[in-house]
Design a protein around this ligand. Structure first.
Ligand SMILES: [Cu+2]
Length: 234
């Protein structure tokens, strides 16, 4: 972590600690800060106003576990606050220093993040993104159930733009980095847009089915004898 990032985080964590009584969030934040350049003091004032803050909710609902939005575009210097809306979740980047991340899917030079698992509703964890690129992340307890998300910081890039995410999201498809840049914010579930027009085979098939059905029905109808002379009313 560079000095600028550290100062920014320090500023953000100071605000979080004093403004809201959220011990879990403050603790994880402080841990993260002290893991970096912990001896810094004085010098430039901490600037926490040069980046926007975005929220991603971690949700349990009707047997589904998901991040909302599932895709988010931010700018370098922006902070994402993960809010535990319901259930027990974590926000953990696919970086090999994290538990259960079998692969790295954050940009070169970027630091990974891990909120730890939250049990309390309303608990938050914030991470400031400084390195441009695409970040894939997951919830440690629900990764295999498709609780995964993607954040694009500035321009897409890095290993997350190649191949597909190892754990597909519950909706089946992870929006591409480019789609996230275009949309800005993609709510869960992501349904790929632009439905393809139905192929001609579909209409041909429908036509054949209709003709066969009509033929069989009329055949049955005739063979039932209801149109024969002896069944005529008069
Ligand atoms: Cu979860």
């Amino acid at each position: 972590m560079n000095r600028r990032t550290y100062l920014r985080r320090l500023g953000a964590s100071g605000l979080a600690t004093t403004a809201i009584a959220a011990p879990a969030a403050a603790t994880s934040h402080e841990n993260e800060s002290s893991a970096g350049n912990g001896t810094d003091s004085g010098g430039q004032p901490a600037t926490s106003t040069d980046g926007e803050t975005h929220e991603v909710e971690m949700i349990t609902e009707g047997g589904s576990f998901y991040f909302d939005p599932v895709g988010l575009h931010i700018q370098p210097g922006d902070t994402v606050t993960f809010v535990n809306a319901s259930g027990s979740h974590s926000a953990t980047s696919y970086s090999t220093d994290n538990d259960r991340a079998e692969t790295r899917r954050i940009p070169e030079g970027a630091s990974g993040f891990d909120s730890g698992v939250f049990d309390e509703a309303g608990a938050t964890y914030s991470h400031t993104f400084t390195v441009e690129g695409t970040y894939d992340y997951y919830c440690a307890p629900h990764k295999t159930l498709g609780m995964v998300g993607r954040i694009v910081c500035g321009e897409p890039g890095g290993p997350a733009t190649e191949g597909s995410i190892p754990n597909p999201p519950g909706s089946g498809v992870m929006p591409s980095s480019q789609t996230i840049v275009e949309e800005g914010r993609i709510a869960y579930p992501y349904i790929p847009g632009g439905l393809e027009p139905l192929p001609w085979q579909f209409w041909a098939g429908t036509g054949v089915f209709g003709l066969v059905a009509a033929y069989l029905f009329s055949k049955y109808d005739r063979e039932s004898g209801r149109y024969s002379a002896e069944n005529a009313d008069n």
